[in-house]
Design a protein around this ligand. Structure first.
Ligand SMILES: C[C@H](N)C(=O)N[C@@H](Cc1c[nH]cn1)C(=O)O
Ligand SMILES: [Zn+2]
Ligand SMILES: [Zn+2]
Length: 475
């Protein structure tokens, strides 16, 4: 089956240095969507992708989305592209994001985050290498390798790459809904490569994601930062209030203290009970990717359930707080605490927000503080769970076996890709998540990397998937 794949694979190997060079160029653009000062770089990254796609013969355009709500900043453009329009071929719509999480060398990186460093053991280190520049470039590389090998591209490819995913996919939902029956009208299925294997050995196909509601709690009081020797003990301190409120949200064992959250969670079904044992996942691999043995649960099933189908609440940081080394004796005048809740079936965004606001307001009230408190959601994205019983997944499973020599696990993912459900609903088509990187890649963390093997074999996988898609009977 898929007889041309050997020629394609050979060409991917031949072009591997060129593909690493393309990743180097992309990593060098610090497209951090959450930092206003980096917004021109995010825009530059969108232009870079458009130009690369045009050079490869795709029809590519930039769709402007206007201003980011509540700011004077332009949202980065959506890159829309089409490669091929043969009525006799299937059409696959792929999505990815070209923005990245923040990164500073001083966070503890061993290398410069925006300089791709190729380590002797094959690690390609740099911000965005695995999340999500490597996988996005994977689609471009697959096109190029087909051209170089002189092999007909097996499908029509529609591409949608955004620059705000790490900030809740601001602006994209309307565009996807608008284009569902226009630009994306002839899509037969959707494929997203933007998550990771559960471990380091067994590839997976993913059919579920958690959602993410991201909140801020703003507490202010004094007119300016104060000397703690002069004002300590006689003024209500915003930081003291905030630490108490944030500390009341969640227990050290992960239990969420907000009433009404766990009541929304779908019960475990008998079918689901048997699902976890067969998954290639060990606590040892988890410890390796965690970089420690500080797991809450000792067993695999509870741990997988915690990641895939239970909500979690994480505290992320405090804007305005003193965080530099040293011992500054300041009382910060205004602090903004950030936390998020990963949501699961059947949690509802608005209902969850109302429960959070009520809890935080009551927790603050109990402090009898004269400071002022505001709580609000910065962005919310829904969870998504789909059926993997579809030719889209069949094709990906065959491609995985061909490239990696093993059957993939069928997994859910603890992270969020806010637009996934929108793609499913706007196109009415099956959505597949086909990850390239592994559990030890350190997405969102310091020293993010993509192993060269995962990048190069991942390019083969994306191309092979398209060949098997072309061969699958419709169901
Ligand atoms: C899984 C994906 N690669 C990812 O990292 N998604 C982000 C998206 C996000 C950011 N805020 C809310 N959602 C994530 O899961 O944190
Ligand atoms: Zn991410
Ligand atoms: Zn991502």
């Amino acid at each position: 089956m898929a007889p041309q794949l050997d020629g394609y694979f050979k060409q991917v190997d031949t072009l591997s240095d060129h593909f690493i060079e393309r990743l180097r160029q992309a990593v060098a653009i610090p497209s951090v969507s959450s930092e206003p000062a980096r917004r021109p770089d995010v825009v530059r990254m969108g232009h870079y992708l458009r130009d690369q796609l045009t050079k490869l013969g795709a029809t590519a355009e930039l769709r402007e989305l206007g201003k980011q709500p509540g700011t004077d900043l332009n949202l980065p453009p959506i890159v829309l592209a089409r490669y091929g329009s043969d009525k006799n071929k299937r059409t696959i719509l792929v999505y990815g994001h070209y923005d990245v999480q923040p990164a500073e060398k001083s966070d503890g990186w061993d290398t410069e985050p925006f300089e791709l460093t190729v380590k002797e053991d094959g690690r390609l280190c740099g911000r965005g290498s695995t999340d999500d520049k490597g996988p996005v470039l994977g689609w471009l590389n697959a096109i190029e390798a087909h051209q170089a090998a002189g092999i007909d591209f097996p499908v029509n490819l529609l591409m949608c790459f955004e620059g705000m995913e790490e900030y809740g996919s601001e602006g994209l939902e309307d565009l996807v809904n608008e284009e569902g029956k226009k630009y994306f009208a002839d899509a037969d299925a959707v494929c997203i490569s933007d998550n990771y294997w559960l471990g380091t050995e067994r590839p997976c196909l993913t059919y579920g994601l958690r959602g993410c509601n991201y909140y801020s709690i703003e507490i202010s009081g004094p007119g300016a930062d104060l000397h703690s020797g002069v004002f300590g003990g006689l003024a209500h301190e915003p930081m003291t209030d905030l630490v108490r409120v944030m500390g009341s949200l969640v227990e050290p064992d992960g239990t969420i203290n907000i009433p009404g959250i766990k009541e929304q969670v779908a019960p475990v079904t008998a079918d689901e009970e048997g699902l976890y044992d067969g998954i290639a996942f060990t606590m040892e691999t988890l410890h390796e990717s965690l970089g420690s043995k500080t797991t809450i649960f000792e067993d695999k099933k509870k741990t997988l359930m915690a990641r895939w189908r239970m909500p979690s609440l994480s505290l992320h940081g405090i804007e305005g707080a003193f965080s530099a080394p040293g011992a500054k004796t300041v009382i910060p005048a205004k602090v903004i605490g950030k936390f998020s809740i990963r949501t699961v079936p059947n949690m509802e965004i608005e209902k969850t927000n109302d429960l959070v606001y009520k809890f935080v307001e009551e927790a603050f009230k109990k402090l009898n503080s004269k400071n002022t408190m505001k709580v609000y959601a910065q962005h919310c994205g829904n969870w998504w769970v789909a059926s993997p019983k579809h030719w889209n997944f069949e094709a990906a499973a065959k491609a995985t076996e061909r490239v990696w020599g093993v059957k993939p696990d069928f997994t859910r993912e603890g992270g969020s890709i806010p637009i996934t459900l929108t793609f499913q609903e706007a196109t009415g088509k099956n959505v597949l998540l086909l990850p390239m990187g592994s559990s030890t890649d350190g997405a969102h963390s310091i020293n993010e990397k993509l192993d060269k093997k995962n990048y190069i074999e991942g390019i083969k996988l994306l191309g092979a998937y398209l060949h098997y898609v072309a061969e699958e009977p419709m169901n």
